[in-house]
Design a protein around this ligand. Sequence first.
Ligand code: NAI
Length: 287
Amino acid sequence: MALQRKKKVTRVTKVKKFQDKVAVITGGASGIGLALARRFARGGARLGLLDMDAEALQREAARLAGGGTEVVAAVCDVSARRDCQAGIDAVLGRFGRIDVLVNNAGITARDRFVDTRAEVFERVMAVNFFGSLYCTQAALASLRASRGLIVVVESLAGVSPLLGRSAYCASKHALHGLFTTLRAELRPDGVQVMIACPGFVQTNLQRRALGGDGRVTARPQSRVGRQTSAAAVADILYRAALRRRPMVVLTPVGKIAYWVSRLMPLTYERLMARQFAVELSREARRP
Ligand code: NAI
């Protein structure tokens, strides 16, 4: 049985369904976005990488191009609508089509709500929510023409509360509302939406987390379960994209958290509140 399943997976991954297709990945210069870029490149796709980190973007695009992948790299702050349009136009100018759009670029913020300035909410919403909205709007005509796929890198924070990260959680819930609606609205056009909820992944996200004052925070990261590698996440998401899955919740802890928060939301809130109280008291004892 296990052997049969393995054989099936191997067969699916060997079919290069994305050969010569064009995948645009925002936040493609680091972490999950970069791992996805490498995975799509191995699958034969042509790439459009959008990222605001010009140095990392040029370096990683050059590496991918050195491996034989056709890449358009566009320096772009996704919170700026004009940047998103220009980035998508650059990809269309070179390849003439977009088959997959991965809305992945994101930032996080860690602090109690009472200590978080409204500007932090505005910045996190601007990148995580509006960035995905602008890129989707810019790429939509092409995605409809190709009957393509939109992948949204959300988080469990998109479907359940995450204490101490209210801005991040709000931005991911906003994404969830937008893209579950689009999933239904765009289905008649043949455009599929796949929502991805990774668990904790080893990337640069937490190192760049904003504190409540808007500066990069030294506040320690809270997490449940072990961290996965970005490459492992990319592999799972790539295979899910081949199957055009509507929703992917990664890791066993993530799946349990997803179902508990869906079926018993108040119990879930109480569990999260208890864990957050432990974190706060641990933090208060730190010298
Ligand atoms: P990362 O920090 O390694 O990569 C994020 C990339 O987005 C970086 O290359 C960064 O330069 C880029 N970026 C940030 N702001 C941007 C902007 N305004 N315009 C353009 N590019 C921008 O982080 P990671 O973890 O790979 O994050 C990718 C996505 O995965 C995010 O949406 C995050 O919320 C989500 N995610 C991450 C998890 C984790 O544990 N690392 C868990 C669940 C979801």
